[in-house]
Design a protein around this ligand. Structure first.
Ligand code: NAD
Length: 352
């Protein structure tokens, strides 16, 4: 291991435990706020309204228009509500889409954020905001984007459908995997990444069998916190670049894309950094890519890009975009090797 590193932790309050979301009002007060705007997607509107009711006079309303990829038009509508209601903080209840909207508001206003995550995406612990305008996605990193308080309440994840739990969990695992070989990795990020992978290895098969067991849901949400934290503290490489390319150019679903690509990008990079990825082989058994693929298959994850509606011609274009701008990766990349990797992922073959 390298004995030189820089470690910078992100300053946020993390509150974890069954039932902890019922104390959200206390956190609004601890932040010195009195007029919270509750955010959600249209699908989680009823839950957001229940949360606002619990906040009582400390809530000024609900905006339930959050959608995937944080379009600027939606943020502007929400900003109008922020201005009209005089909101002094936001409470985001949901997955990465709702968290993204809260971050977009905070980036524009510096209002404090409380996030209550209900998926395993990990956005709640990163200072990163991805937003779309005119079909183009841009990413910004800024201290104002990092949520001040995150309340992880496993009870709120009981309703996350099993299929979404599986893909969302693999999405989180991808953050941990890339953290293991990140150029700016440090002993803490590596510990968190390995522990995050271990937590999902145990919990995802359990969720399939018993989705309503709180202890198992808690283990998965604990993994989500660990994996999200490393995403927020060290750099990502090939895997995230390919998933952003596929999502951005072909609108493939975020978590499914991560789930399908993970064994393939891991196998590709394992050739260059076998020692750094050895913990993955230890946790999942067998080779890095093969072990992850077997695990994904066992928990019923989607395995083939062709099932997301991509054509072989799309793969040519995706390989082009993914290799267009040089970026750091532990193993050099070129069009042929990325096209080959995408072919395996498209067919749903086990990586060799
Ligand atoms: P999502 O937030 O879009 O949620 C998917 C759907 O599931 C939504 O309809 C949502 O309302 C519903 N849902 C969420 N939790 C539920 C629950 N417990 N029960 C029932 N339904 C539930 O999906 P996601 O994968 O969490 O987030 C994806 C978005 O997050 C993408 O836009 C991605 O780019 C972004 N993201 C950003 C970062 C970052 O650091 N900036 C990190 C990860 C993901």
């Amino acid at each position: 291991m390298s004995h030189e590193f820089v470690y910078s932790g992100n300053p946020a309050h993390i509150v974890f435990g069954v039932g902890k979301s019922t104390f959200v009002g206390d956190w609004v007060e601890k932040l010195g706020c009195r007029q919270a705007l509750v955010l959600s997607t249209p699908q989680q509107k009823a839950d957001a309204e229940a949360l606002a009711a619990r906040l009582g006079p400390r809530a000024v309303g609900v905006f339930s228009g959050a959608v995937m990829h944080t379009p600027v038009e939606v943020t502007e509508k929400a900003m109008e509500v922020v201005r009209q209601t005089g909101s002094d903080c936001v409470v985001s209840l949901g997955g990465g889409s709702t968290t993204g909207l809260g971050k977009a508001i905070a980036f524009r206003t510096d209002l404090p954020q409380i996030v209550i995550p209900t998926t395993y995406a990990g956005s709640e612990v990163t200072p990163i905001l991805g937003q779309t305008e005119g079909g183009r996605k841009t990413t910004v990193r800024h201290a104002s984007i990092l949520p001040e308080v995150v309340i992880y309440d496993p009870a709120l994840t009981l309703g996350l459908p099993v299929a979404m739990s599986v893909t969302s969990g693999l999405n989180a695992m991808a953050h941990a995997l890339e953290a293991l070989y990140a150029q700016d990795r440090n002993p803490i990020s590596t510990l968190m990444a390995v522990e995050g992978l271990r937590a999902f290895k145990t919990s995802l098969p359990g969720i399939i069998e018993m989705p309503q067991v709180l202890d198992i849901r808690a283990e998965a949400l604990y993994g989500a916190w660990l994996c999200g934290t490393v995403l927020g503290t060290v750099g990502m490489a090939l895997h995230h670049k390919i998933c952003h390319t596929l999502g951005g150019a072909f609108d493939t679903p975020h978590a499914d894309t991560h789930a399908i690509m993970l064994p393939h990008t891991a196998a590709y990079n394992a050739v260059a950094v076998p020692d750094l990825l050895a913990p993955v082989a230890d946790v999942f058994g067998g080779s890095v890519g093969g072990g992850l693929w077997d695990f994904a298959k066992r928990i019923g994850a989607p395995l083939a890009l062709k099932d997301l509606g991509l054509s072989q011609a799309d793969l040519d274009r995706a390989a082009e975009i993914a290799t267009e701008n040089p970026y750091w990766n532990p193993r050099p990349i070129d069009w042929e090797s990325i096209r080959g990797l995408l072919q395996y992922a498209w067919e749903g073959r086990r990586p060799t």
